[in-house]
Unconditional design. Structure first.
Length: 369
């Protein structure tokens, strides 16, 4: 009871503090949390504070803020006017999950941040290994306490949680309480990318970042736990991996690209052997006549595009795996057929600023609606 009274006093003080700040939009109504009932979602993760004029705002519903700069007033007012929530990425140190004092302070800090900036909630992005069920339960309790604190201030605040692409195999040692997290939040954002983070094979081979077959299998495993489809958002990549090919003679038409071993959490093969590349840069490289390449290829097994090219600096062969409108459409069709809560993108700053060049990528995600 003392804990609840303490939280109530803090929340009351925060309401008074946030209400004393001036709304930058010229209309105080635009600085209130968006009062929107649960809906289908398109959450775009943003890592750049100035790229928002180039977004396709037609179906965006939530923007996850993953940068340190202040949110520009113009972005805030534009988003509010268009009914798009702005939520902050939220990381909590796993080694402090048993520290109630730290938890109380952290929740209050997040509330103050959201209220003082007129935003709409949090997106939990804890990706640390958790193998102890007790610690996993503590993380769920943190999310639940945060959700309760926020919704006691305003029931329309949004709390979401990023999770690995599959719930069944402790992906990257994230043995989280997925059912509990789905109940403690508004929805889970399933990160359907970096699926080659740990590959248990003797020989390491370049492969697809987000193969649809694994996306579907992972989603079905969430639902097999009893998690409602309406609590799941399928987040997809607008980037790919540039892998160096080693160990044999290659031609630009060679399919198999042997890559260097890269130990990750005790596993010999990992996409850490490659370098993440934005989609816009990938396509610019493919179309650059100064870069020798084997042309755009399509792998029917993984339903993903790739191409081989010669690195300009080293003169060695590389292989690029990525997603394009064709591969994204396949996965968005799965999301739509499963009647998921929505779709998302990591991240929406990886396209060209020219809408004529980026429209097909936006369109692939917009086809969910």
């Amino acid at each position: 009871m003392k804990y609840l009274i303490f939280i109530f006093i803090i929340i009351t003080n925060l309401i008074c503090q946030s209400n004393s700040k001036e709304c930058p939009c010229g209309n105080d109504q635009l600085c209130k949390p968006l009062e929107i009932e649960p809906r289908k979602e398109f959450i775009g993760f943003s890592v750049n504070s100035t790229h928002y004029p180039y977004y396709n705002w037609d179906t965006l519903t939530t923007i996850g803020i993953f940068y340190q700069e202040e949110i520009e007033d113009k972005l805030l007012c534009m988003a509010k006017t268009l009914g798009v929530r702005l939520v902050y990425s939220a990381f909590y140190p796993v080694d402090q999950l048993s520290n109630q004092t730290h938890i109380d302070e952290w929740i209050n800090q997040q509330l103050e941040l959201v209220q003082s900036t007129f935003t709409d909630g949090l997106n939990f992005d804890v990706e640390d290994p958790i193998t102890d069920p007790i610690v996993a339960k503590q993380y769920t309790q943190l999310v639940a306490a945060t959700n309760n604190a926020f919704k006691s201030v305003n029931p329309y605040y949004q709390i979401s949680v990023d999770v690995a692409w599959d719930s069944s195999n402790c992906i990257d040692e994230r043995c989280y309480d997925y059912v509990g997290l789905s109940k403690a939040s508004d929805f889970l954002v399933v990160m359907d990318y970096d699926m080659q983070s740990r590959v248990y094979t003797k020989t390491c081979v370049a492969s697809a970042n987000s193969p649809p077959s694994l996306v579907l299998a992972g989603m079905l495993n969430f639902t097999k736990l009893g998690i409602d489809e309406n609590s799941l958002v399928m987040a997809l990549p607008w980037y790919g991996y540039n892998y160096p090919c080693i160990g044999m003679n290659y031609t630009l038409q060679t399919f198999e690209c042997i890559i260097p071993p890269s130990n990750y959490l005790g596993c010999n093969c990992s996409d850490a052997s490659g370098i993440e590349i934005n989609y816009s840069i990938i396509m610019d490289m493919l179309n650059d006549t100064s870069i020798a390449n084997g042309g755009l290829q399509w792998d029917s097994e993984f339903e993903s595009p790739y191409f081989n090219f010669i690195d300009l600096f080293t003169g060695t062969q590389h292989q690029m795996w990525f997603d394009n409108p064709q591969s994204l459409n396949i996965k968005v069709t799965v999301a739509r057929s499963m009647n998921l809560r929505g779709v998302g993108v990591w991240n929406i700053d990886q396209l060209w600023q020219d809408p004529n060049l980026s429209s097909e990528m936006w369109g692939a995600l917009n086809s969910f609606f």
